[in-house]
Write a protein that binds this ligand. Sequence first.
Ligand code: SAH
Length: 468
Amino acid sequence: MNHFPAFLDLDGRRCLLVGGGEIAARKLRLLLKARAVVTVVAPQVGDEIADLAARGEARWIRRGFAPEDVSGQAVVLAATGLAEVDELVAAAAHAAGRPVNVVDRADLSSFIVPAIVDRDPVVVAISTAGTAPVLARRLREQIESLLPAGLGRLARLAGSFRGAVRANLADGNARRRFWERFFDGPIAERILAGDERGARERMLALVNGRVAADEFSGGVAIVGAGPGDPDLLTFRALRLMQRAEVVVYDRLIGPAILDYVRRDAERVCVGKSPGRRGWTQDEINALMLRHARAGRQVVRLKGGDPFVFGRGGEELAFLRRHGIPVEVVPGITAAGGCAAYAGIPLTHRDHAQAVTFVTGQGKDGDPDLDWAALARARQTLVIYMGVAAAGRIAARLVEHGLAPTTPVAVIENGTHPDQKVVFGTLDRIETVVRANGIRGPAVIIVGEVVRLSDAVAAMPAPARALAG
Ligand code: SAH
């Protein structure tokens, strides 16, 4: 190892920064975050440093560097971009025995500044010992995507309860187990989801023994898994799926998504499958309740977004009523996923100022919709669960004044490798669905925006005319 990894405590200590450009400004920001007392030496500085100096957050000495500037400094940073000045700074710092870093000049530096992922107070530092800064940045991007944004909040909450936990749990092993469970548990999840107050209250109750640890650890996350492509999972969905003890999922959730669920989690498919009827909502609710009450982390995985035609609202209300901690994680809804993958903008300044999601299925049979409102121009309709009733829906829209030639796209298995997109006009929708063997899951997009799809644009002119 070329360098000894360490984190410096610069709180209240004097630091010298030589240089006034863009890179110097970046270093200054970092030094100030670490609460260093910074002197900038440079004949000229950019706006940011000038502002910080004007506000008294740093001191700016407006002149060239002089070797005596390094005296009394905890660290010296040079970011002038001028080789002769950088060399002068390094020489002065070395002579005075001061740690020095010169940007992009490992040969002149006694320490290097790593690439960082900042989730203050958690900081991850990455160094390639100056061999490959671009690789360091790549790694940083990867780690950025792994660490939840609220990690700092989580660390601070844990820190603020350390004393209390130590007082309540004398045994070191018991304390370690407590924290291991804590970081995997619902309080941690709550704080990552942004509910600092709720997390603090629950933590207090837990530490004060008002709740049994086991009873406390159960909970349900109602998670939107998106329309099918696993790349469209959110970071939070992924984290919860990898932590879940039980995963309750619908028919719409394909194997590509289930691959991301923790290997040893219990998986329950509550959708219809060949030879088995689907579970009723009451049965699903009872199942989630039973597992959560047994102290398990349950993920209720739903296609798309749980709050868009997903009965997520009913499940949330049910679990809340029974005092189970619940969290809802949004997902990309089928309309968004299908439109993006088919190249159809849902709104457009010239063609559609509104977009409406409707269901093609009522409680019993066809839906009872406000057809007149839906038939109005300058909007886009996205019909979910509409394949079976497509012809009847189109007829109602035309009856209420929507032009029969309005372009329509049907997107089946959107975002999946076998996605199918077919085009037509409102009056021919039933034929289009039949002729192409569309069975679903599919959404039907109705509106002028359909013409903007790349696929329509790429069609030969006669087909384009046919498509609307
Ligand atoms: N909560 C889901 C919708 C569930 S209702 C969401 O937000 O997307 C089920 C309907 O969603 C299906 O009948 C179909 O209309 C639509 N759907 C779901 N996934 C789809 C996909 N990958 N491609 C096309 N339509 C899809």
